[in-house]
Design a binder for this molecule. Structure first.
Ligand SMILES: Cc1ncc(COP(=O)(O)OP(=O)(O)O)c(N)n1
Ligand SMILES: Cc1ncsc1CCOP(=O)(O)O
Ligand SMILES: [Mg+2]
Length: 240
């Protein structure tokens, strides 16, 4: 049977969602300025070799031509590795490089507008407090949400992104995540020692920049995070 465009699109979206749901544990996000002199391409080669199943290209400094060239490299390498490639903020670059999706913040392009043109993309949205998660939860209830996953954060103090002043801490994650039934990630200042308390709060997917980008051996560190998140999230919560 020859598949038409629509069913191929549905298959692709189904595959992307399955990887997100079943395989994503650590979610490495790049930042060339915080990678101990290593390029985003080197970062990518290492995190993929370490087994990452999702990566985000977050580059707010390169000009558009360089960013597109980088995005195409990310596309090629993630496809070979069977991993998801999400672009940060830049819908145009994601489209041109054929990314698997995009991550947007509250002030970035609206997910519903993005969805109109990309029915098969994974769309992630940042939520910075309970009210934003509740608003997303209400959209999901109403059947009007275009979002596949949301991020709760920043959780801990971090200098990786400028202008962050309020850090949620791990204590409220359970209450916040209960407000929206979509899968969620957490981000912001997450280090190795936080894994148990995040897992105990119900977290299954952890987005990190410097915990991996500043590691001496990024490949080994990615593998270590994947193994540890798997290990602690298969234990009953009260045994942590
Ligand atoms: C997985 C993930 N979560 C949150 C963010 C932050 O997005 P945003 O609030 O739009 O900030 P910038 O990354 O654009 O500076 C993220 N990138 N990824
Ligand atoms: C982009 C972003 N948004 C919220 S926290 C953050 C940076 C997270 O980086 P790190 O894992 O190094 O704290
Ligand atoms: Mg953004």
């Amino acid at each position: 049977m020859v598949k038409d465009g629509k069913s191929r699109q549905a298959d692709l979206y189904g595959w992307r969602r399955k990887v997100l749901m079943d395989e994503v544990t650590v979610y490495p996000v790049c930042c060339e300025q915080l990678s101990a002199g290593r390029s985003d391409k080197e970062w990518l080669d290492n995190v993929l070799a370490g087994g990452a199943k999702i990566v985000q290209l977050r580059d707010k400094k390169s000009d558009d031509r360089l960013l597109l060239e980088k995005a195409k490299y990310f596309r090629e390498k993630t496809r070979e590795a069977g991993a998801l490639f999400l672009i940060n903020d830049r819908f145009d670059i994601g489209l041109l490089a054929d990314s698997d999706g995009i991550h947007v913040g509250q002030g970035d392009l609206p997910p519903e507008e993005i969805r109109r043109l990309t029915p098969d993309w994974i769309i992630g949205q940042s939520c910075n407090d309970l009210a934003e998660v509740e608003a997303l939860g209400a959209q999901v209830q109403a059947g009007s949400s275009a979002v596949d996953y949301y991020n709760i954060g920043p959780i801990y103090r971090t200098d990786t992104k400028e202008g962050l002043h309020t850090f949620l801490g791990a204590g409220d994650i359970q209450q916040i995540s209960a407000a929206c039934p979509l899968p969620f990630t957490v981000m912001g200042g997450i280090k190795w020692d936080h894994i148990p308390e995040l897992a105990a709060a119900g977290v299954r997917r952890m987005a990190v920049v410097t915990a991996i980008s500043m590691a001496a051996d990024m490949q080994a560190e990615t593998r270590r995070w994947i193994d540890e998140i798997r290990r602690v999230t298969t234990l009953p919560v009260n045994s942590l």
